[in-house]
Design a protein around this ligand. Structure first.
Ligand SMILES: [Zn+2]
Length: 256
């Protein structure tokens, strides 16, 4: 599982969640209030990994809270989908997002608005960027945006297509690191070099989590602070239960 976290600021410092013995997560940032909430990316003792990306930061609850619930409560993709269905049926009204959730056996993409949910499962790979693929909401995005300044989704579409093309022929984890650093048309690695809205984003963190199943899931967390073409990935193992000593080690190595 991988993610580049792109913000409109040049630098950002992650906050980590250490309060759960069976789950580890990087906290999300509510793009409307700038307050931390839930998980932006997280993994649990069953080897389930969840990650999200923003579509529209409405005044509703941040989607990072659902991502956190999935990591804290789900073992399987079925349980993941049920959690999201319950949330949408309960009309708790969340900001619009994409999530990708993987277990060692299965993979699902979840597209969420405040009232709709769509899912897609796959046996090999799935990509999501910053627009909906299944939900027919892209035309409605300006209407739904309380600020009426939603960025053009064309850049997101090009990144989606580029990533799919690269993943189709990717053969190992090195190819995924290259993808995260790539600068082809509509770069995946972003440097905020332009004043135009679509190009003003900088990759403030890059993540890649690998899971090998032995007796229990062996989880390796790779993270780079800043555009990954310029900053090296730090790598550490995540072992559950997350004891105090292990948390100290993660804090020591994590690029804050
Ligand atoms: Zn770069």
């Amino acid at each position: 599982m991988f993610k580049n976290k792109d913000f409109k600021v040049k630098s950002h410092t992650d906050e980590l969640a250490f309060e759960h013995s069976h789950a580890f997560g990087v906290q999300g940032v509510n793009l409307r209030t700038k307050k931390t909430a839930g998980f932006s990316i997280g993994v649990n003792q069953h080897g389930l990994v969840a990650v999200n990306s923003n579509i529209l930061a409405t005044p509703d609850s941040p989607y990072d809270l659902i991502t956190e619930r999935i990591v804290l409560e789900a073992k399987t993709i079925d349980e993941t989908v049920k959690i999201c269905e319950r949330e949408v049926k309960g009309r708790k009204d969340y900001q619009w997002c994409n999530m990708v959730v993987a277990t060692p056996e299965q993979l699902v993409a979840l597209e969420l608005t405040s009232s709709e949910l769509a899912t897609a499962q796959s046996n090999d790979y799935l990509v999501r960027t910053n627009h909906h693929i299944i939900l027919k909401t892209n035309e409605d995005i300006i209407d739904a945006d309380p600020d009426k300044n939603r960025q053009n989704i064309e850049h997101s579409k090009i990144r989606f297509n580029n990533t799919n093309k690269i993943l189709k022929v990717a053969s190992d984890v090195k190819d995924i690191f290259s993808l995260l650093k790539s600068h082809h048309e509509a770069a995946i690695c972003r440097h905020g070099q332009s004043s135009t809205q679509d190009l003003s984003y900088t990759t403030v963190y890059s993540y890649l989590i690998t899971i090998h199943i032995e007796k229990s899931p062996k989880i390796v967390f790779n993270v780079a602070k800043g555009p990954p073409c310029q900053h090296r990935f730090v790598r550490f193992n995540i072992e559950f239960p997350l004891i105090t000593e292990k948390c100290k080690q993660i804090k020591q190595y994590y690029p804050f």
